[in-house]
Design a protein around this ligand. Sequence first.
Ligand SMILES: *Cc1c(COP(=O)(O)O)cnc(C)c1O
Length: 379
Amino acid sequence: MSKKRISLSVTQQSGFEEKYIQKALKDSWITSGGPNVNEFENKLEDYFNNKVSIAALNSGTAAIHLALILLGVKSGDEVICQSMTFSASANPILYQGAIPIFVDSEPDTWNICPEFLEVAIKDRIAKGKKPKAIIAVSLYGMPYKINEIHAIADRYEIPIVEDSAEAQGSSYKGRKCGTFGLFGILSFNGNKMITTSSGGALIANSNRLKDKAIFYATQSRDDAIHYEHSEVGYNYRMSNICAGIGCGQMEILDKNITFRREMHDFYKRVFEDINEVTVFEEPSDDYFSNYWLSTILIDNNNDKKIDKESLRLVFERENIESRPLWKPMHLQPLFFGYPFYGEKIAESLFEKGLCLPSGSNLTNDDKNRIKGAIEAFFY
Ligand SMILES: *Cc1c(COP(=O)(O)O)cnc(C)c1O
C-alpha cells in the first residue's frame, strides 16, 4: 500500500469558510466584488490594526502589477527586484514593458542585499536612469533587512513594493511585514499562510491609493451611466466566493503561524546533531518570521554521499515532497541578459538549499514519517 503524499505547503480549513460561501450563494452574490470582499478587506485591515488600506484582488501577482502601475512604471523604465524570489515578483515588471534589474541576496535573511542594492542604484543613475521602484521580498516569511533597505531607498527617493506574499503575519521590530512602504502585497494562493483558493491583496498607505487600485482592478470605469473609459483597465478584483473562503480563513491565521513556527522548531530538533545541515533562522530578536516554509542548507559530504538532491530523493521515495530553494531570477532563461548586481550568494543558496514540508495540515504521524526519513538518511 502506498503512503499518503505529504505536501510542501497545504493550508488547513477553519470550518467557517462554508458559512460565508453559503451566504454568497443564497444572496446570489456570485461575481467579483461584493459583501464578502468588503468584509474580508475589513478583517485584513483589522489584522493590520487599521493602519493601512487593503484592496482584495484575484492574485498576489495582480497586486504587484497594480503597485507598479500606481507608481507610474512605464515601458522602458527600470525596476529593481530581488533576484532570489519566485518569478511572480518579477513578471509584472515585464507586463509593464519595464526592465528588471536584479540584485543579489545577503546571507542573514537571504533577501535583497543592502550593499549591492546601493551599488545597483548608483550604477543605474550613472548610466542615465534612476530606477522607478524596488521590489523587496520577505522570502519564506523572513523579513528582509527593513531598516537598511528602506534607508537606502529613502536616500535615493525610490519607492519600495514590499512583496509579503510569503510573509503574512511576519514582523520586524514588532511591525508587520507589508506596512513599511507605500505598497505591500499579500498572496492567498492555496499554498500560502491563508488561502482564498487563488487571491491576493494590495496593502496601501492611504484610502486614496486603495480606491485607485480598485478602479484599475475593475476595468477603470469612469463615472458615467454608460461604460466610459479613459484609462487601461484590468479584471483583477477578488470574487465574492473566494473572499468568503478568506473570511473563514482569517479565523485560523494566528493558529497557522503558531503551527508553522512549531514545524520550524521540529526541524531544529531533528537536525540538531547533524553537522551538514543548517536550519534557516531569524538572525536576531528584531525578526519575527511566520516560517511559512522551513528551509535548510546542506553542505556536501562526498564521503557520506550527502547533498541536497540525495535527501530530496529519499523524501520522494517516502512520498514526502521537498523542493530546492527558489532558483534566482538572474539564472532563469526568461531573464537572461538583464542586469544583475551581486556575487554568488543567491546562487549558492539555490545550490545548497531545500524547502521542507511545512503545511499547517501536517499531523503527528506525518511528522514521524518526516523524522524517520531524515534519520534513515543521515544515520
Ligand atoms: C506566491 C507569490 C507571489 C504571487 O502570488 P499569487 O497569489 O500566486 O499570484 C508573489 N511573490 C512571491 C514571493 C510569492 O511566493
